[in-house]
Design a protein around this ligand. Structure first.
Ligand code: FJE
Ligand code: FE
Length: 339
């Protein structure tokens, strides 16, 4: 196995770019929305009715295109949240759109202090962990993993074709960082769905269009997968003080206001404060995007690869616990994933 090389890359990757919230550069390289050239044709095309229905509509304050990079063992990801320009999105740490074909993947690696949410868009992924937990998630399925004090697992593609999905990392509060690990698996058919006026929403976490997800979110989180037919519009309330962003999967949409510039696939749009988001599909193809929001923790974030804690001392402890297989990593001693 090339797991050893991956282990090194797990740490070296983040070593070059440690996420210390106290040292994060705000603003950075992402272009601000006001810089975008206005599309005269779209902006003056008023065939779509109704502006935002909110008292203080959220608008796009930052747009960043996620470019492809290599990650894990030969896997390709488009990282949006977690890259240099998008570091300060409390409680969110990372969002990767991953594209993986065998033999590439994410072999044996640890996590501590946060949650990972894996949502399959195409193909399937198999995970195995050090506690004997093993499972495969396919298209439309979700695995919501609370790593808490410690998980060691492998995540590998399960079909020979392209295996594609989204992986989101959500931070845990200081009181939850060392809780017992837990999985919530949500097969596609158990994801509540609502449909009206050309809008379909799959409710992975939180509530939308009168339906609620059964997922328990330790850090309060909303995760909605919207598909809008051409000419459809959607208006989604979001708690006022939550951090919110969306990621476009396919098609093009107008987000926030009717005269915003259209945004397409692989863009992350960070939303400003407000009570809700309005979206219009004025394109000719379906628009699909995920809308993700969460209650900020307002705590220091110290990240070293797959360990996310509140202080450097806790990171040192995590590295020590992992190395000497203790405090949650006991089973690290002899466990290896099977291939
Ligand atoms: C990791 C490098 C990594 N994005 N998307 C460093 F590649 C990983 C890691 C993943 C990952 C796994 C899946 Cl299934 C999907 C991902 C990064 O495993 F955790 C660190 N620390
Ligand atoms: Fe992982």
């Amino acid at each position: 196995m090339r797991a050893a090389a991956f282990q090194k890359s797990l740490v070296s990757l983040f070593h070059k770019n440690p996420t210390l919230a106290s040292a994060v550069i705000k603003g950075g390289l992402g272009s601000s929305v006001s810089d975008f050239p206005r599309n005269i044709f779209r902006a003056s095309c008023h065939t779509m009715s109704q502006d935002s229905q909110f008292e203080s509509p959220r608008t796009v304050v930052k747009k960043v295109l996620a470019k492809q990079q290599k990650e894990g063992e030969g896997a390709t990801v488009r990282r949006s949240i977690g890259r240099m320009e998008l570091r300060n999105l409390d409680p969110f740490l990372m969002l990767d759109e991953f594209y993986v074909s065998p033999p590439a993947g994410f072999p044996d690696h640890p996590h501590r202090g946060f949650e990972t949410v894996t949502y399959m868009l195409q193909g399937a992924f198999t995970h195995q962990d050090f506690a004997g937990h093993k499972g495969t998630i396919g298209t439309g399925d979700v695995q919501w993993m609370t790593a808490g004090r410690g998980i060691i697992h492998s995540e590998m593609p399960a079909t020979d074709g392209v295996n594609k999905g989204l992986q989101l990392w959500i931070n845990l509060s200081s009181r939850d960082k060392m809780i017992e690990p837990r999985y919530q698996e949500l097969p596609s058919e158990d994801i509540p769905t609502a449909e009206a006026d050309g809008v379909e929403v799959r409710v992975i976490a939180g509530e939308s269009m009168g339906v609620r997800s059964p997922v328990y979110t330790r850090t309060p989180t909303m995760y909605l997968d919207f598909t809008l037919k051409p000419r459809a519009q959607a208006h989604q309330p979001i708690p006022e003080d939550w951090t919110a962003f969306l990621y476009v999967i396919e098609g093009e949409g107008l987000f926030g206001t009717l005269n915003s510039p259209p945004a397409g696939a692989h863009n992350v749009l960070v939303l400003g404060k407000g009570d809700g988001l309005s979206v219009w599909n004025n394109g000719s193809k379906p628009l699909r995007f995920v809308l993700i929001a969460g209650q900020p923790l307002h705590e220091p974030v110290v990240q070293y690869g797959p360990f996310v804690m509140n202080s450097q001392a806790q990171i040192d402890q995590a590295i020590d616990d992992y190395q000497y297989a203790k405090n949650g990593f006991e089973m690290a001693k002899h466990w290896r994933s099977q291939s």
